[in-house]
Design a protein around this ligand. Structure first.
Ligand SMILES: [Zn+2]
Length: 83
């Protein structure tokens, strides 16, 4: 199965956390190799997770969360435009 950006975003917290199975991890990594958007999102998310690592939850600071969501929605709109 071909992994697309939305799949990667769904699994990104588990990917960073290491609680993802090997097959899924390999699929995400091969996607990240050729997708700049997901690589950038992974980097940003990882930075935030380090800052919030104490409580081990995937709660993003409000401002970041809104910016990230806006970015994701923008990219999703783009990807659904093309059939
Ligand atoms: Zn992607």
């Amino acid at each position: 199965m071909e992994m697309n950006c939305k799949h990667v975003w769904n699994y990104i917290s588990e990917y960073i956390d290491g609680s993802i199975d090997d097959e899924l991890r390999a699929q995400i990594e091969s996607h990240l190799e050729h997708c700049e958007i997901c690589s950038a999102i992974l980097d940003s998310t990882r930075n935030i997770l380090y800052l919030t690592a104490d409580n081990r939850t995937f709660a993003l600071p409000v401002g970041f969360s809104e910016r990230l969501r806006a970015r994701l929605e923008e990219e999703m709109a783009k990807s659904t435009d093309s059939p």
